[in-house]
Design a protein around this ligand. Structure first.
Ligand code: AMP
Length: 399
């Protein structure tokens, strides 16, 4: 599958519909981390330089068709305008904007309200999605897909809309694909993957697919306790998904027969409750007290993971090693982030929480090979799935 890029379109003075991912964390109306807005700038600047007018469609959170003030893109419009040093029109509307959109002059930008306020955007009913896409397609003449964080979704503005107009991927999506190709197409070895985060169910498919491709998988975060419990260990009040014991046991057996090294922590920081006030106690994974929960990988384990990671020539990391949001349980994530900065080959931080973790923990973005903007999207790519948003932007699919 070959995804088109901006060089495949004649941009000059065009009326462009641009799909971005502005799913940024917002607290009390303030944007906490504008990484995804910053990541959209190269495409927008290129379009402005080509005298395009731009209608931006983007999402924030999961409003499920219900309008809510907290998930409005109004703060994003302001931040985008500041970053570009140019006005960004925002009127809080989605539908009925055809006339206004068409009236935009060269270099003018209109940001529509959170597209997920429209139930049809994420609807399972293809007809509803198509109807929304049809209306949105009247807002411009070209479609550029640059919302990498949503390309794994079959949503109206990601999939159906793209298919209605001449289209291509924007700079961000093109860059993300290039990195993912390096991770899948003859990656330099040893190839190590570090997985963490809350739920093992989110990562089973990627682990299963990666077993055939990698040399090492290090596992931390809340998901690790399902592995430990499946091995018969006491895990106290830690997160666990008992229905997956069988599946994870099989994965461990497959790893062994394929010669893939699986690193599980041997020590754990536990706390009495899920709280930023919880006191951290370091225990062996063979001795997790029944009234405590594991909230971070232990010091010895973090060092062991780090030692193995720095030996790799390709590393992909998705999911924090512990509850990094709580200072007492952020050590594992910090040590792993530091190890990734010391990798001599390609180190990729795979989006979502891991990306905001490295920024919140004070690491410089430039210390990593690449920080993806899409956690779910990059995992699904590595699972070997076809991503609807990329299929729609592939060769032979333009109008
Ligand atoms: P995910 O979205 O699956 O990548 O999960 C990220 C979240 O997992 C973060 O907000 C972490 O706080 C959380 N997390 C990491 N380790 C643990 C743990 N041991 N127990 C509970 N939550 C955890």
């Amino acid at each position: 599958m070959s995804v088109k890029d901006l060089n495949d379109l004649n941009l000059n003075s065009s009326k462009v519909i641009l799909r971005c991912d502005f799913n940024v964390p917002i607290k009390n109306g303030e944007i906490v981390d504008d990484g995804r807005i910053v990541a959209s700038l190269p495409t927008i600047k290129r379009l402005l330089a080509a005298d395009c007018s731009i209608v931006i469609i983007a999402h924030l959170g999961r409003p499920k068709g219900v309008v809510s003030a907290e998930l409005s893109l109004a703060p994003v419009a302001k931040r985008l305008s500041k970053l570009l040093d140019t006005p960004v029109e925002f009127n809080g509307e989605i539908r009925g904007q055809s006339q206004d959109a068409r009236a935009l002059k060269a270099k003018q930008i209109l940001l529509l309200e959170n597209i997920r306020f429209e139930e049809a955007e994420t609807s399972k009913d293809e007809k509803l999605r198509e109807a929304l896409a049809k209306e949105l397609s009247t807002y411009g003449d070209l479609y550029i897909g640059d919302g990498f964080g949503a390309v794994h979704r079959k949503h109206a503005s990601v999939y159906e809309l793209a298919k209605l107009l001449p289209n291509a991927a924007g700079e961000l999506v093109s860059a993300e694909i290039k990195v993912l190709e390096r991770l899948t197409d003859q990656p330099a070895r040893p190839y190590g993957v570090v997985l963490g985060g809350a739920k093992v169910s989110d990562k089973i498919a990627v682990i299963s697919n990666l077993l055939n491709k990698v040399d090492l998988i290090a596992i931390g975060g809340g998901m690790v306790f399902t592995f430990l419990a499946a091995q018969g260990k006491e895990i106290g009040k830690s997160l666990v998904e008992p229905d997956l014991f069988q599946v994870v046991s099989e994965l461990l057996e497959r790893a062994q027969s394929l010669g893939v090294k699986i690193l599980l922590p041997t020590d754990i920081f536990v706390g009495p409750e899920f709280s930023d006030q919880a006191v951290a106690t370091l225990v062996s994974t063979d001795a997790i007290p029944s009234d405590q929960m594991g909230l971070d990988i232990g010091e010895k384990s973090a060092q062991e993971f780090a030692r193995e990671i720095v030996k790799c020539k390709t590393v992909f990391w998705n999911g924090p090693m512990g509850v990094f949001e709580f200072a007492n349980f952020s050590n594992g994530t910090k040590v792993i982030a530091q190890a990734l900065t010391e990798v001599s080959g390609l180190s990729v931080v795979g989006g979502g929480d891991s990306a905001s973790a490295v920024r919140q923990l004070g690491f410089k973005e430039s210390s990593f090979g690449y920080i993806s903007t899409g956690g779910g999207a990059s995992l699904e790519y590595l699972e070997g799935k076809e991503l609807p948003g990329l299929v729609a932007l592939s060769q032979g699919r333009d109008a």
